[in-house]
Design a protein around this ligand. Structure first.
Ligand code: HEC
Ligand code: HEC
Length: 197
C-alpha cells in the first residue's frame, strides 16, 4: 500500500518537473530553474569549466538578452546556441539573464605567454579599454577578462571573418590593433584577457 502511494507521489513529482521544462512551459519557472539546462556547458552558476563554452556568470543582462535574441534569429554564428535559444520565450530569457547576472564569476587559471600578455595589455589600453573597461571586466560590453581563451579566439575569428556583426565602432579598433601588430595582435589581446583570474 505504502509503496503504491510512494510511487504515485514520485510520478506526480516527475510530472511537475516535466511541466517546468523550458520547451513546454510558457511561464512560471524561475531563472534558476531554467538555468539548470545550461549547467552541463556553462556550469551550475554560469562559470563554465570547459574552454569552448563561455562563462556567463555576472554577464550584463542586456548583453545576455541581445546574445540570445541573435542566436534565436540566426544572426550570430554558433555551434549549438542557435538551436538552444529557440526553445525559450522572451520572458524566460529575461528570467535567466537576471539569474546569471547575479552570479559571481569564478575564473580559472589559464596557460598564457608572458610576452603576448604584455603586448596584449598595451593593445587593450590603446584600443579596447574605452568600451571594455577595467581590462575587460564583465560589463555592458560583455565579459573578456578571464574568459576562456579558445572561446575568445572563436569570437574574434567570427568578427574578423564576418560571421558575427561587430558592435558599433569596434571594427575600427580591431583593424587598428591588427595594423599596429599584425598577426600577433589578436593572440596578444586574447592572452591578456585569458591571463586574468
Ligand atoms: C551543449 C552546450 C551548451 C548548452 C547546454 C548551453 N550553452 Fe550557451 N553556449 C555554448 C557555446 C559552445 C557557446 C558559444 C556559441 C556557440 O558555439 O554556440 C555558448 C554561448 C552562450 C552565450 C553567449 C555568451 C557571450 O559571452 O556572448 C549565452 C548568453 C549562452 N550561451 C546562454 C546559454 C543559456 C541561457 C543556456 C541554457 C538555456 C545555454 N547557454 C545552454 C554551449 C552551451
Ligand atoms: C566602441 C566600443 C567597443 C570597442 C572600442 C571595442 N569593443 Fe569589443 N565589444 C563591444 C560590445 C558592445 C560588445 C558586446 C556586444 C556583442 O557581443 O555584440 C563587444 C564584444 C566583444 C567580444 C565578444 C565577447 C563575447 O562574449 O563573445 C570580443 C572578443 C571583443 N569585443 C573584443 C574587443 C577587442 C579585442 C577590442 C579592441 C581591439 C574591442 N573589443 C573594442 C564594444 C567595443
Amino acid at each position: 500500500m505504502r509503496e503504491n502511494w510512494m510511487s504515485k507521489r514520485v510520478r506526480n513529482l516527475l510530472l511537475v518537473m516535466l511541466a517546468s521544462l523550458p520547451l513546454t512551459a510558457q511561464s512560471g519557472p524561475s531563472g534558476q530553474a531554467l538555468a539548470f539546462t545550461c549547467a552541463g556547458c556553462h556550469g551550475t552558476d554560469g562559470s563554465s569549466v570547459g574552454p569552448s563554452s563561455p562563462s556567463i556568470a555576472a554577464m550584463d543582462p542586456d548583453v545576455f538578452i541581445d546574445a540570445m535574441d541573435a542566436y534565436k534569429r540566426d544572426q550570430r554564428n554558433s555551434t549549438i546556441m542557435n538551436r538552444i535559444a529557440k526553445g525559450y520565450s522572451d520572458e524566460q530569457i529575461k528570467a535567466m539573464a537576471w539569474f546569471f547576472a547575479k552570479q559571481k564569476l569564478r575564473l580559472h587559471v589559464q596557460k598564457t605567454d608572458r610576452q603576448l600578455v604584455e603586448l596584449g595589455k598595451q593593445l587593450h589600453d590603446t584600443h579596447c579599454e574605452k568600451c571594455h573597461e577595467e581590462g575587460g571586466r564583465a560589463g555592458d560590453s560583455g565579459t573578456l577578462a578571464g574568459q576562456w581563451i579558445p572561446y575568445l579566439d572563436f569570437s574574434m575569428q567570427d568578427f574578423i571573418e564576418g560571421r558575427r556583426t561587430y558592435p558599433r565602432k569596434m571594427k575600427r579598433k580591431v583593424d587598428a590593433a591588427i595594423e599596429e601588430q599584425g598577426e600577433q595582435a589578436m593572440p596578444a589581446l586574447i592572452h591578456y584577457y585569458g591571463s586574468k583570474h
